[in-house]
Design a protein around this ligand. Sequence first.
Ligand code: FAD
Length: 466
Amino acid sequence: MEPGKSKAFDLIVVGAGPGGYAAAIRGAQRGLKVALISREDPGGTCLHRGCIPSKALIAAAEVVHAARQAKNIGITYAPPQIDYAALIASKDRKVGQLSKGLSELFKAHKIEFVSGEATLKSAQEVEVRQIPSGMLALYQAKDIILATGTEPIRPKGFPFDGQLILTTDELFKITRLPASMVIVGGGVIGCELACAYNILGSEVALVEQLPTLLAGEERLVSQTLQKSLTRRGIDVLTGVAVTEMKKLAGKVAVTLATGSVLEVDLVLVAVGRGVGQDLLGLDTLGVKKNGRYVAVGSHLETSLPRLYAIGDLTGQTLLAHGAAEEGICAVENITGHAAVMDYPSIPRVTYTLPEIASIGMREEELKKLPHKTGRFGYAANAMALLHEEAEGFALIHTSEEGLVLGATVVGPQAAALIQEVALVMKNHLPITALMETIHAHPTFSEVLHEAALDTAGLAIHKFSKR
Ligand SMILES: Cc1cc2nc3c(=O)[nH]c(=O)nc-3n(C[C@H](O)[C@H](O)[C@H](O)COP(=O)(O)OP(=O)(O)OC[C@H]3O[C@@H](n4cnc5c(N)ncnc54)[C@H](O)[C@@H]3O)c2cc1C
């Protein structure tokens, strides 16, 4: 663009992660002239250093796990050899392929993709330092959606160097498999990666200062996961804080509040995410915050008119599909199709072994509400037994009237199974919709079906006193 000139659009979206690109595409589908500004290739945290790289490691770990388990059904392989650099190269190829696919979609939708770092000048103007030229350009629009995501929290006092002491921003670029590692933080990211690295062959200690892993899940889930990780050889240390980290000759000495010291090859700090340094200029413009995040109303609007914020920036879900749905919701509001977010029907998945998926309310939140709970274990499921994956359970909570309030699945295909409950909850269907749906045999989905039947004491492969 010529210096000093500005370009006008109906909609500018800043940030091309799952929230921003979904918003841009929906905007184009609704007939808006859209500019999408991003300082990196399309895909955001999710594609470049989040969901997809972490699941590449988990997918590899599942192959190794299956090969090791195979001996239980009479098949023996030689011990799996892991070429970690090749694994990372394969991940990079897939990330590149997916990012390129997004660029092609933008072209097809006639979305103008602008490569650069954006700063807000007003609620309708964005200044972009273009990449790679460094030239400044001004973009204007009737509506602006901010989708710039979050960054890992780096506690002061930990000597981060991006090599030995790092966050997930750097982890997936490392091409050597650490022989030993400490993961600080027993939330979703810490648990998933502890599981993957343990199976790939690293000696892993997982340190969490709260009393349980996955503090946001049902207590039974945290207990089941902790037992499973411990059985697999992960040193799970809950209720313990890390007090100091020191680098010494290619190793890191990690001191715990108990006084014990763990000497390891690598430390991953995964203690949460928040909005980073204010490069966007939110504070200068006086955009209201809600703690570490941007405050938004029910239509995703910020405190400034026609300026919207979505995705991790708002801290509402910290999930890729939550960000995408918020992006779509904001655009529907901009284009006059009234929409509000339905947060309770957003599923959450933790890709550990066993896999964990949940939706809606947990048992602990339901204590004061009259409710019924149906339970069924994978141990009584034929498909789970055939696959040597009989650990885990499904729980479904309903109101007295039979409306589904929440569910949790721990076990094989949990992520796929929870979608059935999402469909029921999103459409406010009664539990009978799940109970009366015929589930094919033998499938893992029978676990969920039986849990639904169990809310009325009608599970077939379980004896329940009525
Ligand atoms: C290790 C890990 C694993 C995860 N696994 C999952 C998972 O399995 N499932 C799931 O649902 N979620 C997962 N998440 C969370 C998920 O990645 C985020 O919820 C999601 O990426 C948020 O999307 P977003 O569009 O809000 O922001 P982001 O994806 O963070 O995208 C924001 C984009 O904006 C760009 N940007 C920032 N500031 C500017 C600026 N001033 N100018 C221009 N561009 C800018 C950034 O560079 C980035 O590209 C994971 C996260 C991590 C770290």
